[in-house]
Design a binder for this molecule. Structure first.
Ligand code: DAT
Ligand code: MG
Length: 151
């Protein structure tokens, strides 16, 4: 299918602690995206620092690393047409107070750091992040409903 993408999505420690794993997975699933990776882990410092290396010079970086390594995250890969931007729209903007109701951050977040979830912001970032968090690869399978989801 044209423009098929896979994006890296991660429920952060606040989302896991608040019991949102099931509801968040449901939002991607019901949209018509296909889950091709799922993993729960407490990230090592090295993994967190590699993932957020692009922000290493920012003042919030050390707090961000401390937060993301503070407990388990749920790492996911989701596939669909334009999956990267579709997922970013489901997630909402970075600051939860600015995010519209109906988005994940709009419904559950009140701050900029504790914003429940991460989603890749482009194709290069997605392939970098998927390789980092899913070194053993993804689960390729056929979602029969895609024949109805897509025209
Ligand atoms: P996003 O997660 O929406 O892609 P980002 O890539 O700009 O946002 O930043 C990565 C994460 O870093 C973000 O989810 C929360 C944290 N962060 C960003 N800007 C911040 C700030 N000004 N203060 C504190 N944390 C911040
Ligand atoms: Mg980002």
């Amino acid at each position: 299918m044209a423009d098929m993408q896979t994006t890296y999505i991660m429920i952060k420690p606040d989302g896991v602690q608040r019991g949102l794993v099931g509801e968040i997975i449901n939002r991607f699933e019901r949209k018509g995206l296909r889950m091709v990776g799922l993993r729960q882990l407490t990230p090592s410092m090295e993994l967190a620092e590699t993932h957020y290396a692009v922000h290493s010079e920012r003042p919030f970086y050390s707090g961000l690393i401390e937060f993301i390594t503070s407990g388990p995250v749920v790492a996911m890969a989701w596939t669909g047409v334009d999956a990267i931007s579709v997922a970013r729209n489901i997630i909402g903007p970075t600051n939860g107070r600015d995010a519209a109701p109906g988005t994940i951050r709009g419904d559950w977040a009140m701050d900029i750091g504790h914003n429940i979830i991460h989603g890749s912001d482009g194709e290069d970032t997605a392939s970098f992040e998927l390789g980092l968090w899913f070194p053993d690869g993804l689960c390729d399978w056929v979602l029969d409903a895609e024949s109805q989801i897509y025209e």
